[in-house]
Design a protein around this ligand. Sequence first.
Ligand code: AKB
Length: 315
Amino acid sequence: MKRILVSGGAGQIGSELVPALRERYGADNVICGDIKIPQGSLAEDGPFVQLDCLDEEKVIETIKKFNVGTIYHLPALLSATAERNPQKAWNINMNGLLIALEAAREFKCSIFVPSSIAAFGPSTPRVKTPQDTIQRPQTIYGITKVAGELLCDYYFIKWGVDARGVRYPGIISYKTPPGGGTTDYAVDIFYGAIKEKRYECFLREDTRLDMMYMPDAVKAAISLMEADPSKLVHRNAFNITAMSFTPHELAQEIKKHIPDFVISYSVDPLRQSIADTWPDSLDDTCAREEWGWSPDYDISQMTKDMLENLKKKLL
Ligand code: AKB
């Protein structure tokens, strides 16, 4: 069997995608690659390679050594970090992707590349944002995501590279924290709620954004890569969503479990200005029709599960 390489495998999504793929296809068949050596199971339960996505030789060597047939390419600087260092963000998000796509072309690999709600901008229709619409983002992260979508399409159209992707909303998870994103408040709030019964939010209480619980994010990546290619009209990248809420609404949901939880607001101008250019909610009809996308978790199921699991981890 051809193996799977998850590059950026020790990050927020990778650290849950790698175990799910190992469970499904066998631990030896899934290589976790990351610039940092992770503690524990990611490096111990199956093959691990220390891999910088900008190191073309090492990427090629890894693909050859492990007979890789599918790449999940996850390395990226997220929106807020990217805005603080746009040149570095362009380098990692674009040149890292180009190296992965070139390797996919040369070694005939399928490749999954995540895009984001950040690929939209202030001139995009905000509510039920359509699959095909105006994409004029004003953040460097969003610009790399649109360029990445187009580059993946280009590799498919010009060379037949089997590139596929989704536009992820904010991802909520308890195993590995996100880093440097605008939607990170929706994870941090659970740490605050459990540890101190309070949380100071860096976005305004009425900032509505799409979100998704990690099990659905992992399911989306695997289902799309397993989908029948003849059914895919769109490839890079599918709108997907699971829920859309504001910080105030999430706080109300948490209060159902922790009645004395208190949220306060201290708005960070950078992250607020980024969030203000993103959609309120995406229309994911194409993903539903073309490869059967359907999320399992809404806001109440996610909140209950997050609190249960994070309590076990923290208390
Ligand atoms: C971020 O906030 O930067 C990410 C994203 C929406 O892509 N979570």
